[in-house]
Structure formats: C-alpha cells, structure tokens
Design a protein. Structure first.
Length: 134
C-alpha cells in the first residue's frame, strides 16, 4: 500500500502491512523531525501526537494520562455532556478529521458501537479481507 510521508510528501510503501497503525513517515528520522516540529507547541500546553490527535496538558485532571495530558476531543465532549467520560466511552469524529474538535462534529459512543462504525467504514480487499486503516 502506497502512503505519503507526513514530513517530506514523498510516497513510500508501508513496512508492516499487517499492523493497523504504522509510522506516518518514510523514515524514522522524518518521524522524529515531525514529532519535534509538533513538540514546539508543548510550551503552550498542547501537543499533536503521531496519530493526529490534539492533547492538552491538564495536571490532576481525572481523565489525564500519566503525562498529565487529556485528549482534547474527550475534554470537549465531557464539557458538552456535563460530566467526565468513562473509560469505556469513545468520542467519534463525524467527519473523520481528528483535529476538528468542534462539539457538533463529536459523537459519544460505547466502545462496541464505535468499533462497529469504524469497521463498517473499512474497505474490503480483493481477497475478501479488511484492508488496514491508515
């Protein structure tokens, strides 16, 4: 499967076609440079991870990970519904743009419902197997 490097824009073959998620760049060096470019925003209290999600630094927040970061789309949804999200709840981006975190673009789903929705969007290859997600 031919992909486009997020750093230099060149086309490259996926190294591990059996993996669902792989490096978004043609080389490890480009992946590191891309991560470094995104990390310049860390001083503002937010970063974009390698999968394209926006994380906000909120020390002590109940939904924060071990680095005191919260996924921004989960934070927006928690404000929208007026409570913290459960770990079994998933926030779905309706337009599939991981950086579009407007409340009207987000939908709260159970883990199973979100998984069914995402699998339904996947394409089937010539051999009848589901193609990996980019």
């Amino acid at each position: 499967m031919l992909l486009t490097c997020n750093y230099c824009g060149r086309g490259f073959e996926r190294r591990h076609p059996d993996r669902r998620y792989s490096m978004p760049c043609c080389t490890k060096r480009h992946a590191m440079l891309l991560a470094k470019a995104h990390s310049k925003h860390a001083y503002k209290g937010w970063v974009i991870n390698t999968r394209g999600y926006l994380l906000v630094r909120l020390p002590g927040h109940p939904m924060a990970n071990k680095n005191d970061q919260v996924f921004y789309h989960r934070l927006v949804m928690s404000y929208k519904i007026g409570r913290h999200l459960l770990s079994s709840e998933r926030v779905h981006h309706i337009d599939s743009n991981r950086q579009n975190n407007k409340p009207d673009n987000l939908e709260l789903l159970s883990d199973g419902a979100h998984r069914r929705l995402e699998y339904a969007k996947r394409e089937v290859g010539k051999d009848g197997r589901l193609l990996p997600v980019l």
